[in-house]
Design a protein around this ligand. Structure first.
Ligand code: KIV
Ligand code: ZN
Length: 389
């Protein structure tokens, strides 16, 4: 079976940067864009040019220097937005305009006070405007996750006929279950006559913690692009996390997909984004969290020390993380203690470890983690006791 490429569309600089406190200046955005390009992302959503003069400048500067990746600017289905996005992207080697409109009845009625036919025409119109600036136009059907599938299929068919080359099916509110999102993509594959003329894109939010699962379900059902952010940053509970989808695809070769991401750069990139956006990464975050390769319970540590693959499906080296850690707590066992002493240069016998383990447990019960200095103290005391006895 020949593998199919999944295009990685990074929106850290647009959806990610919308997070309160994560705003970047134009030089910071430019530096991150260059790093995203080295990471291997296919499309960089650089910003929303009409939103502020600063964002216009950021998108223009990024467009001028990025060589390999496509540079994308967001717009609403508003002529002025699209013209400004076109202007910001004019020096890009591969410019893409991302334009669209809400298609769920929530959006049609509450946001636009409109009706389905009018929205369908506005969708077609915005794609036509965008095509005046570039042949690479992505249409988003905002809140597609809660849009009626029959109507969504009509909109998608019409925008492809108008020239959209990528069709984005956002689960804007993170509402869908993985099988529902997958069925939505399959419905479009089977019911949009011209779907072969466009790439289907997943843009899933994480309100129910399902963004990664939904994106994977999307590609299993025919989507070929995933929109995601470093560390899963994004509106509210965030977007699909880039590192997670990339590693799901890499680990599950059986899915028959690949991406162009250089996995060894995932941890350095995560740290870079966390620092520059002043957004700490939760320690138990998959792939890039501080505990992603830490083992602390005795049963796990014993298995891991015999063979790392008993408790690790990814080696830290593969994703550019520091080597696996054996953390000592009151739940740790003798083999972990012996291992940590060995790393400090103490080659204790089994009997030594039996004695030291009892003392270790006393220390461990009194604090959250037993550190290197505690081990040194235990070793020193043990040497003194042995000499005296
Ligand atoms: O979540 C969403 O629907 C979006 C669109 C603007 C693509 O971010
Ligand atoms: Zn979004």
């Amino acid at each position: 079976m020949s593998e199919k490429k999944i295009y990685i569309f990074d929106t850290t600089l647009r959806d990610g940067e919308q997070v309160p406190g994560c705003k970047l200046n134009s030089t910071e955005k430019l530096n991150l864009a260059l790093k995203l390009e080295s990471l291997g992302v296919d499309i960089i959503e650089a910003g929303f040019p009409v939103s502020s003069p600063g964002d216009f400048e950021s998108v223009s500067r990024i467009a001028a220097v990025i060589k390999d990746a496509t540079v994308c600017g967001l717009s609403r289905a508003v002529q002025k937005d699209i013209e400004v996005a076109g202007a910001a992207l004019r020096h890009a080697r591969r410019p893409r305009i991302h334009t669209g409109i809400g298609t769920s009845d929530f959006h049609i009625k509450s946001k636009f006070n409109s009706n389905r036919e009018d929205i369908l025409q506005r969708a077609v119109q915005c794609v036509q405007w965008a095509r005046n600036f570039t042949d690479d136009v992505e249409f988003y059907a905002e809140d597609a996750g809660r849009t009626d599938n029959e109507y969504l299929a009509r909109v998608i068919e019409a925008v492809i006929a108008a020239g959209a080359t990528t069709v984005n099916i956002p689960d804007t509110t993170g509402y869908c279950l993985p099988h529902q999102y997958g069925e939505k993509i399959a419905f479009l594959v089977n019911n949009v006559a011209n779907i072969d003329k466009a790439v289907i894109s997943c843009h899933c939010h994480n309100d129910l913690g399902l963004a990664t699962a939904n994106s994977i379900s999307g590609v299993i059902n025919g989507a070929r692009q995933i929109e995601c952010t470093i560390n899963g940053l994004g509106e509210r509970a965030g977007n699909t996390s880039l590192e997670e989808v990339v590693m799901v695809i890499k680990q599950h070769k059986d899915l028959g997909f690949y991406t162009s991401i250089n996995a060894k750069e995932l941890n350095p990139m995560s740290r870079e984004v966390s620092e520059i956006m002043r957004m700490p990464v939760q320690p138990n975050k998959a792939i890039v969290g501080a505990n992603a390769f830490s083992h602390s319970s005795g049963i796990h540590q014993d298995g891991f020390l015999k063979d790392a693959s008993t408790y690790e499906i990814i080696s830290p080296d593969e994703v550019g993380a520091e080597c696996s850690k054996i953390v000592l707590t009151a739940r740790s066992g003798r083999s972990a203690l012996a291992f940590r002493f060995q790393k400090l240069g103490y080659d204790y016998t089994r009997n030594d470890i039996d004695v030291l383990y009892e003392r270790f447990l006393e220390v461990a019960d009194s604090k959250k983690e037993v550190l290197e200095e505690d081990l040194q103290q235990l070793a020193k005391q043990y040497t003194t006791d042995t000499v005296l006895s």
